[in-house]
Design a protein around this ligand. Sequence first.
Ligand SMILES: Nc1ncnc2c1ncn2[C@@H]1O[C@H](COP(=O)(O)OP(=O)(O)OP(=O)(O)O)[C@@H](O)[C@H]1O
Ligand SMILES: [Mg+2]
Length: 285
Amino acid sequence: MDIELEKIYSGKVRDLYQIDVKRVLMVATDRLSAFDVVFDDVIPGKGEILTQMSNAWFDFFKDDIPNHFTGESVYDVLPEEQAKKLEKRAVVIKKLKPIKVEAVVRGYIAGGGWKEYQKTGMVSGIQLPQGLQLAQELPEVIFTPSTKAKVGDHDENIDFQTMSELIGNDLAQEVKSNAIHLYEKAAQYAKEKGIIIADTKFEFGIDENGVLTLMDEVLTPDSSRFWDVNNYQVGQEPLSFDKQYIRNWLESTGWNKEPPAPRLPQEVIEKTQMLYQRIYNLLFL
Ligand SMILES: Nc1ncnc2c1ncn2[C@@H]1O[C@H](COP(=O)(O)OP(=O)(O)OP(=O)(O)O)[C@@H](O)[C@H]1O
Ligand SMILES: [Mg+2]
């Protein structure tokens, strides 16, 4: 859709438009990326679900950490016609100075963490107990940062020491303790709704006063693993309401994870839509 603002960035999923020097319109599109490759096929409605879900979490955390919202709505910055079309997927945000590290938190061992653990017994430099099984709860929540790769590149796990060297020790500590706190608070909330949040990734930025601020998307099925408590069994691939379904399907096709991405069957698109809508409903309706 045409937006009468200058597009200043196009990520794998979100497009950023400049409102003025301090403010940005962030629009979540329906694009899908998996293994850092963007697909030709979109998941209709996904951007709206991601935005609504992030908004709900930002609100949930409003007393825990400042967030990137300016407090304005899309109606304040776009003509009414456009605002109407975009209101569910767009937000008006402060342009922050992004911290160039992804704040990954894990309460359970899965995904890339599981792969790394099987090879080395560690995740992001943290030694874990021997004999963990797939999807097992960790003895304590761990912080496993990764670098923020440019479009087309892959994020890379780094240890806390490396993160400290990149952004400074004090800031690294602050990011870590905030990320763990937010994860634990959300995980407790979700548990009451029958959902395990296995892991997630937060992004933070610094505002004009130097204050650490939560930004980007929060605890969505693109950035997190959500498992059904009732089907959860240690050692088994959990029933998940998130991107894992697509990743598993892709692995089953034998795709080498290099562009071009394969086309998605209609059935896979619809199942993804269903899973994304379902986790939103389970947590917030
Ligand atoms: N308040 C903010 N200020 C500045 N940048 C932000 C803010 N909120 C989000 N961003 C950035 O906007 C982009 C959102 O796009 P998207 O989520 O599609 O990116 P991505 O593909 O996940 O990551 P990237 O494009 O950075 O590799 C990210 O680069 C994110 O760091
Ligand atoms: Mg992103």
